[in-house]
Design a protein around this ligand. Structure first.
Ligand code: IVH
Length: 672
């Protein structure tokens, strides 16, 4: 291909990819499946790799993050980034509107918007190309975070028109990303974030933009500078204009014609708040005509034409009665507060993770303390603070345990981890957890070998490691409590069948640090046999798409051990399959396309007893479904666990198909 046509091809690919990305990330209306996008993206990467001179700043390949900065440059906001005045009741809000109306000659409309709980950002475009992005800082001086903002998919690198423009908005972390990030942080023994806002702030201020890129941030833009340049005269028009350029705009804004309509909007979103996929902390009410903005102007800090109505926090007080410590599969010892049960956002809550000892110390949580409890990301119960005025006189700081609650071994902090770990490989809790993991659904999937049976097998010294599972006899199983011949036989058959599993199940089942089910599948698919994985180098593992050094190093370290060699020998002797017999990549995609879940928008709600929500979601996505956080008319299916709240009611009202967990599991089994 000549250089000229190659240049054109690259340009066409960029335009096509940017359009698809806008439809997906800004408009929430994908028009092509992910694999079509991925294929075109790879074509562009190949061209740019061979011809780096063809890379342009608006190329989607430039989002991945790159060089690590030493610090952030300061940026002057020529027009200061203002904050908002707050009100906390409808009465105060009514006064604000009345006062504004009194000072104006004509009756005006108000634009009502959600108050997104994130961080204010400013984005500058020259001739439609993204050139600079910054934080609000103190309103006058912010920080240049262009590199990081580039990695956020909803920030357009190129607008649909070649305009010179500055816009402002909010960068936030969706609830789902926040919950997943904290789960990951906790598993890896790292600091957890108190809320999505802090997580977004921490992610935006990373000097290494690859970290920001991993954190799945998003944006809503709500402010257009110099609107008169673009012929728009109201805030609602400005939002539409910015949407047409490619920015992500919160779709829930509404023009209200009077106070009553404003109050209706408030009530509606106060109700909907928990089901939104991102945190909001109130409503922003803005005079709609820009002429009013010019007329009434700003104080030093806040506009006189807008106000924030803040929601009361959804919090409950309760008393901490105990702190329970449990040892996980990786040895991390996690504290959980046990509290008097309270009703919170539709469910009864009596337990909240306290994550790690630093968390307990920082918040100074003690037994007997009255605490304020809320739901982080509207899902996970979390203690926000101790009510010191209600602390009993005889209270003492909570003593952090020094020894493992299960085996008594000394607990340690590895490297700079905040987590406490039991590193005794023979710790019963650790061994039992590893056995349970080995038998679990995504690993060897040995039905009937759950926590209860494993605890008995271990305590009766019938099983001490995973290889022993394959040596069990019917007589041994019949020694267990409440197990009859039929279920013992079923269990033996399930154990026997698991010998034939494809390699990725065994690899995941070994419980290697950082190796999740998805990584195990990619690795097994790539290397095909356990022997080849054992010999693989960090570089070889890293050559697999999406595989990073943390996973690769963890695998290499795991296999560099005599004990692991012996275990694998034992498993081989037990005739456990050590080769990949699963689907090829093409088959995986084909299966997804054939699944009845393909193309459905599915919502999961309520408490699931048998499945982890993350696993259910992964399964649905692998079968072509899109899993969303809130029920809308676009939803096709609601999977409702028990104690399902407002989402269930809404789905019933909208006549959306609803199934329970059991039916879902049945359908999963029919599919797999
Ligand atoms: S308007 C001059 N609109 O709330 C205009 N702000 O507490 C000022 N915020 O600093 C901002 N959602 O970071 C506006 N729809 C929205 C908003 C919003 C969230 C944030 C913004 C602001 C803070 C004030």
């Amino acid at each position: 291909m000549s250089d000229k046509s190659l240049k054109q091809t690259a340009q066409d690919l960029r335009n096509q990819l940017n359009t698809w990305a806008r439809e997906y990330y800004s408009l929430d209306k994908p028009t092509v499946p992910d694999d079509v996008y991925d294929k075109k993206y790879q074509e562009l990467v190949n061209i740019e790799h061979a011809h780096p001179e063809l890379i342009t700043p608006d190329s989607p390949t430039q989002r991945v993050g790159g060089q690590v900065l030493k610090g952030f440059e300061k940026i002057n906001h020529e027009i200061p980034m203002l904050s908002l005045g707050d009100v906390f009741s409808k009465e105060e809000l009514g006064n604000f509107v009345d006062n504004l109306d009194k000072n104006l000659d004509e009756k005006i409309d108000y634009n009502c918007e959600l108050k997104i709980d994130g961080l204010a950002i400013s984005l500058v475009y020259r001739k439609g190309i993204f050139v600079q992005g910054s934080t609000r800082g103190n309103g006058r001086i912010g920080e240049d975070i262009t590199q990081n903002l580039r990695t956020i998919k909803s920030v357009p690198l190129k607008l649909s028109e070649p305009v010179d423009v500055e816009v402002r908005g909010e960068c936030y972390m969706p609830k789902k990303s926040f919950v997943e990030l904290n789960e990951r942080q906790e598993k890896e023994g790292k600091q957890i974030f108190a809320n999505a806002r802090n997580a977004a702030a921490g992610s935006l201020r990373q000097l290494d933009s690859r970290i920001t890129s991993d954190r799945k941030l998003s944006t809503f833009i709500y402010y257009l500078m110099e609107p008169e340049k673009f012929g728009v005269t109201t805030q609602s028009q400005a939002l539409e204009k910015m949407r047409s350029w490619g920015f992500k705009i919160d779709p829930d804004f509404k023009v209200a014609h009077d106070k009553e309509e404003i109050f209706e909007y408030i009530d509606k979103y106060q109700e909907k708040r928990a089901s939104l996929t991102y945190d909001i902390d109130g409503i922003v009410i803005k005079a709609n005509p820009f002429s009013v903005h010019r007329e009434v102007g700003n104080t030093v800090k806040v506009p006189r034409w807008a106000i924030a109505y803040k929601f009361p926090p959804d919090e409950q007080e309760t008393i901490v009665r105990d702190i329970e410590w449990t040892v996980g599969r990786t040895g991390v010892v996690t504290p959980t507060a046990i509290m008097d049960p309270v009703q919170l956002a539709g469910t009864t809550v009596s337990r909240a993770s306290l994550h790690n000892p630093d968390y307990i110390k920082e918040k100074d949580i003690r037994i007997g303390d009255t605490v304020k409890l809320h739901k982080a990301g509207d899902i996970i119960p979390e203690i926000s603070m101790v009510v010191l005025s209600k602390r009993p006189n005889d209270s003492v700081p909570y003593p952090i345990p020094k020894n493992c609650p299960e085996c008594g071994a000394k607990l340690v902090h590895l490297d700079d981890e905040v987590a406490l770990r039991c590193i005794n490989p023979k710790c019963p809790a650790l061994v039992k957890e590893s056995l349970t993991h080995f038998a679990s659904r995504n690993a060897m999937d040995i039905r009937g070998l759950g926590t209860r049976i494993i605890a008995q097998l271990y305590d009766k010294k019938l099983v001490k490691d995973i290889a022993d599972i394959y040596k069990l006899t019917i007589d041994e199983l019949l020694q267990l409590d409440k197990i009859k011949e039929k279920s013992a036989n079923n269990l033996l058959t399930a154990i026997d069948n698991s010998r034939e599993n494809s390699l990725e199940r065994l690899l995941f089942g070994l419980g290697i640090r950082h190796v999740g089910a998805k990584a195990a599948k990619l690795i097994a698919q790539h290397f095909k046999t356990m022997d080849r994985i054992k010999e693989a180098s960090v570089e070889e593992i890293c050559s697999i798409k999406t595989m990073g050094t943390i996973i690769a190093e963890s695998i290499v370290t795991y296999f560099d051990s005599k004990e692991v060699d012996e275990l694998l020998e034992e498993l081989k002797k037990a005739r456990v399959n050590m080769s990949y017999t699963g689907e090829s990549e093409a088959e995986i995609l084909e299966n997804a396309a054939n699944s009845p879940f393909n193309g459905l928008r599915v919502v999961l709600t309520g408490t699931l007893d048998h499945l982890k929500r993350a696993d259910a979601k992964k399964w649905l996505e692998a079968h072509g479904a899109k899993v969303t956080g809130s029920v809308s008319s676009k939803t096709n299916l609601l999977i409702a666990g028990h104690d399902a709240g407002s989402k269930l009611t809404k789905a019933e009202n909208l006549k959306i198909k609803i199934i329970n967990e059991e039916t879902f599991i049945q359908q999963m089994e029919e599919e797999d």
